[in-house]
Design a protein. Structure first.
Length: 120
């Protein structure tokens, strides 16, 4: 519940700010990728300023997410290894419990199998 309220408190003002940014900055700005002659706008692209700003923010979020995901690779690998070890430990525990149950059953049987004569 608190998480939803916090999301609304953060997202609603952010959405209002983005809409205001889009309404105020509708004029086109040139984007030139020619680093050697920035004054030459023959290969420039005209885009609205708000598209440029929102696009760059989205690109930054994407790059940051990828960097974080790559940085946490060793923790994901350690978690997978721990899950595998937990599964094998549980299987070993189940096998040992079965052995104990079989040994208890053997102890209740009279005469024990070791003393029984083989069937002819």
């Amino acid at each position: 519940m608190i998480r939803k309220i916090l999301a609304v408190v953060v997202l609603v003002p952010l959405a209002i700010a983005l809409v205001a940014l889009a309404l105020v900055n509708r004029h086109a700005v040139p984007i030139s990728l020619d680093a050697f002659n920035p004054g030459d706008l023959s290969h420039a692209v005209q885009v609205p300023l708000f598209v440029l700003v929102i696009g760059l923010v989205a690109f930054g979020v994407l790059v940051g997410g990828i960097a974080t995901w790559l940085g946490q690779g060793r923790w994901r690998r350690a978690a997978r290894r721990a899950e595998w070890e937990l599964g094998s430990a549980r299987a070993e525990i189940a096998e040992l419990k079965q052995r104990v149950a079989d040994a208890e059953d053997e102890g209740r049987r009279w005469p024990p199998r070791a003393l029984q004569r083989p069937a002819a």
